[in-house]
Design a protein around this ligand. Structure first.
Ligand code: PEP
Length: 251
């Protein structure tokens, strides 16, 4: 079902103490947020269990930032769906541009990861988005279309109930440069249209599509007021409790 979501991708930030401090601050001010807005936080692997424990009596959901597609085996340094499930994590971010860029994640690998995650009853926040060069060459729609086709459009209609998309133009991530509300809306509408063409309008209408890329309390309202923008995937601003909660109050 289409939802209002503000999700914080903490990336490789916050040790255990910092995680506890940030979560405590979020919890203490949670009453200020409209309960219709769903909050998700994605700390690093080492801090997922403490986060699950600290947030168990709240509405904030905990997500992992990555997951290996295999159930177990000789994959040094990796974490499986079963391991995440066993500590109560059932949501995962996949396809983040930093994973694609620094860890060589291909569409085919992401295809495997998405398959595993959905088979293991995870909710997936799947990121797509073009580079600056692609945007300048006016190839942004083709890039996003190919990411969707390569990793998601083989899925069943039913699978889409467990997918959240995040449009994250790479040139806007961590750069302070945000897509304009019009650029975000245009791409979100395009994504919804692609889903409608590959599935049907009902499926397209129920998918939650987040925008990510330098979202701050000062620009969230304009972005979230767009017809096809259902919330945000937040990086830097998610590391400050007030900023994160203020963003959540921008609908
Ligand atoms: C992100 O990495 O998903 C992100 C959107 O980062 P930032 O908000 O810092 O641009």
């Amino acid at each position: 079902m289409r939802q209002k979501i503000v999700a914080g991708n903490w990336k490789m930030n916050c040790d255990l103490e910092e995680t506890k401090t940030l979560l405590k601050a979020l919890k203490s001010k949670l009453d200020s947020v409209d309960p219709a807005v769903n909050l998700i936080v994605a700390p690093s692997f080492t801090n997922l269990l403490p986060a699950v424990e600290m947030l168990k009596d709240t509405s904030i959901e905990v997500a992992a930032q990555n997951m290996h597609p295999k159930p177990n085996g000789p994959y040094t340094g990796e974490v499986s769906a079963k391991m995440l499930s066993s500590i109560g994590v059932k949501t995962v971010i996949l396809g983040h541009s930093e994973r694609r860029k620094y860890f060589g994640e291909t569409k085919a690998l992401l295809n495997d990861k998405v398959n595993t995650a959905l088979t293991q009853n995870f909710k997936v926040i799947f990121c797509v988005g073009e580079s600056l060069a692609a945007r300048q060459d006016k190839q942004h729609f083709q890039v996003v279309q190919s990411q969707l086709k390569g990793s998601l459009f083989y899925l069943s209609k039913k699978n889409w109930e467990h997918l959240i998309l995040a449009y994250e133009p790479v040139w806007a991530i961590g750069t302070g440069e945000t897509a304009t509300a019009q650029q975000a809306q245009e791409m979100h509408a395009f994504i919804r249209e692609e889903i409608a063409q590959n599935y049907d309008q009902q499926t397209a209408d129920q998918v939650t599509i987040l925008y990510g890329g330098s979202v701050k309390p000062g620009n969230a309202q304009e972005l979230f007021s767009q017809k096809d923008v259902d919330g945000g995937l937040i990086g830097g601003a998610a590391l400050n409790a007030d900023d994160f909660l203020n963003i959540a109050n921008c609908f």
